[in-house]
Each structure stands twice: as structure tokens, then as C-alpha cells.
Design a protein around this ligand. Structure first.
Ligand code: GDP
Ligand code: GDP
Length: 437
């Protein structure tokens, strides 16, 4: 499964410049979801056919010179805990600073591979300055210029060479993988405990591919699925939980390794930045989604109207993606927790739906004829044929048209909604492509 690379270092050494450089290539290829808030901190990259994610943990904190050392320490600990490779960025034009030394002393104790990146090596003379960074005790400093890009190709070679080989994992490909995610105290551990309890006979713990990813097989009451990273959820690391972005970074691995994410919200609190950021990670990874409004037992007035208001508020915050199930539940009283699993199962089915080409054309072509795309520059746009692409992560549909370039976003959304209405695809992202016939 996916590898995660974390960038750490003190402010102004060039972390975000390097982040942009590492994630740029990929962003150009992939059609990024619009409106994501945290593009600067989390991105996808690919090198030598290996896909990985990059996270700039520094990007989450205010970038000022007098940043608290304690804050940096937490960032670094989080990076070590979560990442497969840590890039420790330093600045050749500044030499080794006290803060660099402090970061290095934490990194030296880590088992995670660390690469010292001597940034701002804009010319050969500056390379000699880099020798100073041997004193960090983390091996050879690696000279690059994130600004010009020089040295970054070799750096990428080095990064991917540090990725662990995938171990022989015994996961059944046809069984859905669910991840429970959400901010601290939303009730993740409680719901996982409610699902699996202490009954050992219904779960099997399987050591996963990468260091900390653990899958738990759950096979009872008509359900059969893996829960991703349950051990990580149940065994809490309190070190950095007070950090706003902690839960976001902590969720990356689980989200990437799942098919459907169960996003836990706390009914007694509003939707906050962390919830939106986790939602955005789910979206960018094109995973299925079930939203759980947890702690429903604490809400006094549980009328239909209150529920409807909650639902509307949630869908408004998560727009434009609004077609997903919302379950009001209580991990404490176990109210509707099986509904949550049922919903996750349905989303998985939606995600793996295959609609026969004949049905797509029979159902949609007459509708398109009645509501065609608006003509552009006096030219009529005709959609002639529709098919679903095979073997895609989420349902993806190609509409063949005479003038594909004139079919605009609003009409694509209209087509998406038509598909969603006809075939129950709640909870899964879908892709719409318009191609030349
Ligand atoms: P961060 O605070 O660590 O994320 O640092 P930034 O990426 O924001 O960069 C801080 C400053 O250093 C910016 O003005 C960048 O343009 C500059 N910078 C980053 N990389 C390089 C580089 O390779 N060479 C030079 N000369 N400047 C750089
Ligand atoms: P996590 O940090 O997301 O794993 O959250 P926990 O499962 O540890 O729950 C945080 C706190 O909320 C604990 O004190 C739980 O007992 C409490 N809690 C979790 N779910 C519920 C619920 O449905 N109702 C109520 N009343 N409390 C809950």
C-alpha cells in the first residue's frame, strides 16, 4: 500500500517549496478536486512507478521564526510515527542552528529512515557548506535546490529506494476495507470497541503491509470486512493529540488503505476545521464515505426536524459532494451501530457497481436528448454513446460526444446527478469523462 513521506524542519528552510516540487508532477496529471483546503500540506507524488503521499507537517503551523520548540518537537514525533521516510530539511546558506540540532536529536533516536536535505544549494560553491551538516549525526546531507529543482531527481531516487518492500500480506481482495476516522474524542475507539468488543472469536488481527497498518477481519452477523488500523485507534498516542492537525495526519494511512471511510462527528460539537480536513483527505483519495453523527444519546431533542437540520448543515459544509449516508448513532449505547456497518457495506457495493453499457445508453440517451448540453458558438453538441470504464477505483463513465471540449462543468454535474439518481451510488465518488467520438 501507499508510502508516506514527511517533510520536517524549522521555518523558512524551504519545506513548502520542496513539497510543491515533489507533488507538482502528479498534480498536473491528476484532475485535482476543486476546493480542497489543505493542498499545501498533503499531496500525491509518483516516481519510478511508485506512488506515495507527501505531507509537510510544518505547513500546519503558523510560519514564524519564533515558533515554539515544543511545537516543532511534536511535529517531528508525529512525522516519525506516521511516515515511512522523513525528509529533514536544512538550509546551506544558514548552517546548523540550535533548532536543527534539537530536531536531529529526536530524529537520531527514530527507526524511520531520515534523509538530511541540504536545501538552497543553488550553486556548486554552496555544496562545500553542506559538509557542516554531518555534525547532525544523520548521515550524508543531500544537496538540492528546491527552488530550481536541481538535485531533486536524485533525491526522489533515494526516497523510493528507502520504501519498504511489501510483505506477503494475506488480505482477501474481495472483502471491503473500512476505516474509522475523525478528530480526537469523536468516538472512534468507542465505536470500534462496540463493533468488535472483546469477543476474540469474531476478529482476527492481521499484520499489514507497512509498519503500523493493521487490518482486523470482522466476520459475523452477516458482515465480512476488514477494519483498517484498529490497533492504532485503540492504542492511543497522547503525545501530540492537542495539535489541531494531529488527527488529520494520523488519518492519512488509514484512509489510503481503505475502501470506505466511516467519518465520526461529535453531535455535541459543530463541524470544525479538522473534520473538513479529514473529509478533504477522503475526497482526494476518492474513498467511499459514511458520516456518523455520534453521541446522539447526548442530544436532548431528537426530533425529525433536528435531524434534518443536522443533515442539511453537514451536507452544506461538505458540498459539492453531498450524496452520502448520514447515520445518527451512539457508540456508547450502541444505538444504530449496525446501521453504520450496513451503510458502509452499501457504499462499498456502490463503489464497485458495474452498470452494463446497454442499460446506460437506454436510460440516459433519451434523457440527454430531452435535456442536451447547451449549444456553444452556434454548434450543437451531441452525446452519442456512454460506457463505464472497467477496473477503476470508483465508478467512471465516459460520454462520447462530437465536441467534448464544449461540455462544461455544470452539465457534467447534471450527468453525474442523473446517474446517481438512477443507480444508487450514495457515498461513492464517481468520475465523468467526455471524450471525442
Ligand atoms: P518553509 O517555511 O520551510 O516551508 O520554507 P519555504 O518553502 O516557505 O521557503 C522559505 C524561503 O526560502 C522562500 O522565500 C523560498 O522562496 C526560499 N527558498 C526555498 N527553497 C530555496 C532554494 O532552493 N534556493 C533559494 N535560494 N531559496 C529557496
Ligand atoms: P476517539 O478519540 O475518537 O477514539 O474517542 P473515544 O472513543 O475515546 O471517545 C471519547 C470520549 O467520548 C470518551 O469519553 C467516550 O466514552 C465518549 N463517547 C464516545 N462515544 C460516545 C457516545 O456515543 N455517547 C456518549 N455519551 N459518549 C461517547
Amino acid at each position: 500500500m501507499g508510502n508516506l513521506v514527511a517533510i520536517v524542519g524549522r521555518p523558512n528552510v524551504g519545506k513548502s517549496t520542496l513539497f510543491n516540487r515533489l507533488t507538482k508532477t502528479r498534480q498536473a496529471i491528476v484532475n485535482e478536486q476543486a476546493g480542497t483546503t489543505r493542498d499545501r500540506q498533503y499531496g500525491k507524488s509518483e516516481w519510478l512507478g511508485k506512488e506515495f503521499s507527501v505531507v509537510d507537517t510544518g505547513g500546519w503551523v503558523v510560519n514564524s521564526e519564533d515558533i515554539f520548540e515544543e511545537e516543532i518537537r511534536k511535529q517531528v514525533v508525529l512525522a516519525i510515527d506516521e511516515a515511512d521516510v522523513v525528509l529533514f530539511v536544512v538550509d546551506v546558506t544558514n548552517g546548523v542552528t540550535d533548532l536543527d540540532m534539537q530536531v536531529a536529536s529526536i530524529l537520531r533516536r527514530a527507526k524511520t529512515p531520515v534523509i538530511v536535505v541540504a536545501n538552497k544549494t543553488d550553486n556548486n560553491d554552496l555544496q562545500y557548506n553542506a559538509a557542516e551538516f554531518y555534525s547532525l549525526g544523520l548521515g550524508d546531507p543531500y544537496c538540492i535546490s528546491a527552488l530550481s529543482g536541481s538535485g531533486t531527481g536524485d533525491l526522489l531516487d533515494l526516497i523510493v529506494s528507502k520504501f519498504k518492500k511489501e510483505s506477503d500480506e494475506i488480505l482477501d481482495e474481495d472483502i471491503p476495507r473500512f476505516a474509522v476516522v475523525g478528530r480526537p474524542n469523536a468516538g472512534k475507539s468507542s465505536i470500534v470497541n462496540a463493533f468488535i468488543g472483546e469477543e476474540r472469536n469474531i476478529v482476527t488481527e492481521i499484520a499489514g503491509t507497512t509498519r503500523d497498518s493493521i487490518y482486523t477481519r470482522y466476520d459475523k452477523f452477516g458482515f465480512d470486512f476488514y477494519l483498517v488500523d484498529t490497533a492504532g485507534i485503540r492504542k492511543k498516542n497522547k503525545v501530540s493529540e492537542d495539535l489541531e492537525y494531529y488527527s488529520v495526519v494520523r488519518s492519512i494511512r488509514s484512509i489510503e488503505n481503505s475502501d470506505v471511510c466511516i467519518l465520526m462527528l461529535d453531535a455535541t460539537r459543530g463541524i470544525e476545521g479538522q473534520d473538513l480536513n479529514i473529509f478533504s483527505l477522503i475526497q482526494r483519495n476518492q474513498k467511499g464515505l459514511v458520516v456518523v453523527v455520534n453521541k446522539w444519546d447526548l442530544v436532548e431533542e431528537k426530533t425529525a426536524k433536528v435531524m434534518k437540520n443536522y443533515e442539511e448543515a453537514i451536507r452544506n459544509r461538505f458540498a459539492p459532494f453531498t450524496d452520502f449516508p448520514i447515520i445518527f448513532a451512539s457508540a456508547l449505547t450502541k444505538q444504530r451501530i449496525f446501521k453504520v456497518l450496513e451503510a458502509a457495506k452499501e457504499v462499498y457495493q456502490a463503489r464497485t457497481t458495474r452498470i452494463p453499457t446497454a442499460r446506460l445508453n437506454e436510460e440516459l440517451l433519451p434523457m440527454i436528448e430531452a435535456y442536451p448540453p447547451p449549444s456553444n458558438k452556434g454548434k450543437y453538441i451531441k452525446i452519442k454513446y456512454i460506457t463505464q470504464l472497467p477496473n477503476t477505483q470508483v465508478p467512471s463513465f465516459v460520454f462520447f460526444a462530437n465536441l467534448p471540449q464544449y461540455v462544461k462543468e455544470p452539465y457534467k454535474r447534471f450527468l453525474e446527478n442523473q446517474i446517481r439518481e438512477r443507480w444508487k451510488l450514495s457515498g461513492t465518488p464517481i468520475n465523468i469523462f467526455i471524450r471525442q467520438k
